[in-house]
Design a protein around this ligand. Sequence first.
Ligand code: NAP
Length: 696
Amino acid sequence: MTKLENYITGDWITGDGEGQLLYNAVTGDPLAAATTRGLDFKSITEYARTVGNPALRKMTFHARGNMLKALAIHLRNHLDKFYAISYQTGATKADSWVDIEGGIGNLFANASLRRKFPDDIICIDGESHNLSRNNTFMGTHILVPKEGVAIHINAFNFPVWGMLEKIAVNLLAGMPCIVKPATVTSYLTEAVVKEIIASGILPEGALQLICGSAGDLLDHVTSQDVVTFTGSASTGLLLKSNPHLLRESVPFNMEADSLNCIVMGEDVVPGMPEWDILVKEIRKEMTLKAGQRCTGIRRIFVPENKLEEVWKAISASLSQIVIGNPLNEKVRMGSLAGQSQREEVKAQVQKLLAASQLIYGSLDSVEVIDADASKGAFLSPVLLLNATPWAITEGYSTNASHEVEAFGPVSTIMPYKNVDEAIALSKLGKGSLCSTIVTADYKQAREYVAGAASHHGRILVLNNECAKESTGHGSPLPLLVHGGPGRAGGGEEMGGIRGVKHYLQRTALQGSPTTLTAITNVYQPHAAGKDPGKHPFKKYFDELQIGDQLITEKRVITSEDIDRFADLSGDHFYAHIKTTDFTGTMFEQQVAHGYFIMSIAAGLFVDSYEKNPVLLNYGIDELRFTKPVYPGAEIHIRFTCKEKLPNDKRIVEKPEDFKRGDDIEKGIVKWLVEMIDDTNEVTGVATILTMVERKA
Ligand code: NAP
């Protein structure tokens, strides 16, 4: 039997011994064997730290983001191969799409996130703080990649997405990784890693793969490493209490099983679009990936007077699902990932039956097309009814429906009396990855969200306004946090830049403004300015230096200026009108519009009628008016180059998509604009952005 290969210390290596046999989930035929016996896990972790980590650390966030983009584009060219293997895991085309293209989409999303970071190896986190009376001492926070390795131990249900959603983040942060997929579907992960390695896009040591047992891997972690785990709560508990991991204070992110729920709002009645939306969502969540989704709907809460009508509607909807060989286009639900997974689900349903009764489906038989139900890991969808969700089940602290997860196409419907009770029932799951409420009533939606959010990592409010475009109850998204409190593991991953920060060390940095400017490459208030030598707008992107500073001419603000600006803009707010009686107002007399001062600022710092490397004004990031400006005040501008962000050249594939300027190499420059009056006080401050050409 072919053995899967492990990619470690720069080579594809097979482990010793016969290994664990892996089967085609649909036909039951053996596919390959997986073994990691004989691998030296200590040297695998050291290789990542000493080879992969330094290579990634010296790349900037932008370089790493572009690397992810290249990888995503590369993997997109091999979809047919991945889909063909994915069918063997029991996944339909729709299931595989979520796993494969969802995973690649995650790479793209994280690649785009680079724009939220500087083109640098150090990143500032949050605001700076002045810590001194004379402005010579300040503090800020910086982020740098940890010097270890990210170890990802994944569940079997998403062999591609499960890997890509995690490695996208650690690679953007600048940390290498070791991926250990669940063994049963690791043949698909292996196929994807083979393409990744063959592409040569990642630096050596950035990614290693283990197909099979994790051996003593966790005994070799150090304090600079990060471990992430996705799987069952019991395995998670075992791993997170590893004494070595605890001794070294290794961050451990856990995404475990959870009893996610959907609530039908009290307002929803037959005939409303929300009624059908609810039924459709439940059917989708029960059958997509044959219910093997950590976010799957396990509990359905329905107003008690509609219970029977709802379960009948769900059952009717489930009866339309064609089960069988995922290669057959009619099939809407494939098999579970393997026979042991099917046996596990059946055993869990038996436990659930202690508190509920089976109202749809069967544990013993299932009708399939194009497949042999006795050989493939097929199971019919199973809907259970629990009429007494508050009753304590013997052997449980609450009710079995709130404690037992059947990781398959299984869900339990339960009644509730009012919103408060729905909230309380949702919390009996003791922490979940996500909860959905289907309602067209905003008040009820707010009540549910405010009451239940503490116990759910994500809440979807589903109604007719968003249902068509909704990404659905079960889909974690790269820009939103995935994870949940309590039973769901207490972890948090993805969530845009929030996720990247898990792999970065945050360090408080103190010193003088000029020193901190030099270290962070971001101009800090009160740092010394530099003589730019010529007007900074005459400099190309690459010539500009952080701190290049222009002190402009002065301009006296007159009452006529303010009148004219009021007429021109139409802004006749009482404070800008000289005849206003100012008694009891915040102002002493007619005050200049803040936007007028900002406009004259541009008039003062823009110097040239000739073409120059500044291509366009890109906008304003922050604008604050800090002191009123009255007629007679003399304003000048301190204009300082604050930060530079390269802008990638847009890749234009078709000539008709070409936009003016696409052929110009350029970057974004942020400028600090300080509007200063004759008492030397700052009356307003802004960060403006310009697009500046790069030197050919
Ligand atoms: P599992 O049995 O807990 O296994 C998860 C991972 O842990 C697998 O890679 C497994 O490897 C590994 N593992 C098991 N024992 C280990 C040990 N002693 N040392 C190191 N690694 C070990 O879970 P599963 O059956 O794969 O997945 C199903 C469960 O995962 C469900 O309960 C589901 O709710 C949960 N899940 C949660 C999420 C989430 O995001 N929260 C996502 C997906 C799944 P082997 O395969 O080699 O045993």
